[in-house]
Design a protein around this ligand. Structure first.
Ligand code: ZN
Ligand code: ZN
Length: 347
């Protein structure tokens, strides 16, 4: 896995039900300009985008990480992208904060490979701790792998997921548990909201002051289940990444809970940020409509996990997709995403 050039997307807000709330281009461009100093311009190949005051999104292929300002010189990293993308994140941070910068801490919404993949390399390089919810600890301390992924759940991502890992990591003493009082180390003004379902210890980050929500994989703001959705990247509330979601009842409740927060800006682990007065009612509406997939390993019965890791999982359903078809689907999906990125990057 390697990193390709990142880019920002800027489209005018268009109202299609709850698919309307993209930050206007002018605001994005203004934010980007404000976050740059003249000496930063050499790093233009590593753009990041301000999704809310003091919160910048860094796109790492198909997943988002976030740089959150704490003060003029201190900041926190939320999620770390795919494996082997530490340099990408580091350069994005240098572009924003200066050459020898390092964060106060790394916060992980959860430990899947696309969010925690570069966490250990970054934490070691910067000599900073990694914080996760206590129920996520088993998967980052080498005590448990995640419940098996579910490629039978349907959609493009499910086919791509056949090539993705579902193992845990061992970050040793670099990883620490978040406190149960919802506070976030080094991030005053933010709360870690427990949003289980996608994983047992998943958290979303919430800033009440301006109603900014970083939702991780509690939901997505892009349709990852359709090739067209992945190419067009239309901003819309969508279910959490399905092949890795192992408790759909909890996932639904978590989205309902996030809707009750009435956010003004939502930025997730996958997809563009959404912002505006219509976001809160749209999220409430989405939470009301959200249903589990029609079929899949964890639809009728969730994986059971506790502070030791996975306790039990339902048996795998029949998988009728042949290996060759799966490989073809993966190749097609990867090619589609790559072409879309190149097209977008050349604009
Ligand atoms: Zn995930
Ligand atoms: Zn993810």
């Amino acid at each position: 896995m390697y990193c390709v050039r990142g880019f920002t997307r800027a489209r005018a807000g268009i109202d299609f039900g709850y698919r309307f709330f993209i930050l206007p281009k002018t605001e994005l461009e203004r934010s980007r300009v404000l976050s740059e100093t003249p000496s930063d311009t050499r790093h233009r190949a590593f753009p990041s985008m301000e999704v809310a005051p003091g919160v910048a999104r860094v796109e790492v292929v198909f997943v988002n990480a976030y740089l959150i300002d704490v003060s003029a010189k201190s900041w926190v990293l939320v999620d770390t992208g795919l494996p082997n993308c530490a340099r990408w994140i580091r350069r994005s941070a240098q572009r924003r904060y200066g050459r020898n910068t390092r964060p106060e801490a790394i916060i992980l919404t959860h430990g899947h490979f696309d969010h925690a993949g570069s966490a250990l390399a970054l934490a070691r390089g910067w000599d900073v701790p990694i914080y996760v919810h206590p129920l996520e600890m088993p998967y980052l301390c080498g005590r448990s792998d995640y419940p098996p992924k579910d490629p039978t759940v349907g959609g493009v991502l499910a086919q791509m997921a056949r090539a993705f890992p579902d193992h845990g990591y061992d970050f040793g003493d670099r990883v620490r548990a978040l406190l149960m009082d919802d506070t976030v180390p080094a991030l005053p003004g933010w709360r870690a909201v427990h949003t289980p379902g996608h994983t047992a210890g998943h958290v979303s980050l919430w800033r009440e002051a301006d109603r900014t929500l970083l939702a991780g994989d509690a939901l997505a703001t892009v349709n990852q289940d359709s090739p067209l959705g992945m190419v067009v990247q239309k901003a819309e509330f969508r279910r959490p990444p399905a092949p890795f979601t192992t408790d759909w009842g909890a996932a639904q409740s978590s989205v309902e809970h996030l809707g009750e927060l009435r956010p003004t800006t939502v930025s997730a682990g996958h997809g563009p940020p959404v912002s505006g007065p219509h976001v809160a009612p749209a999220l409430t509406d989405f939470a009301r409509r959200l249903r589990p997939p029609r079929h899949g390993r964890y639809v009728a019965q969730p994986a059971i996990a506790d502070e030791r890791g996975v306790v039990s999982v339902p048996p795998p359903p029949p998988d009728h997709v042949k290996t060759a078809a799966a490989v073809t689907a993966i190749a097609a999906a990867v090619a589609t995403v790559t072409l879309a990125r190149r097209r977008d990057g050349s604009r």
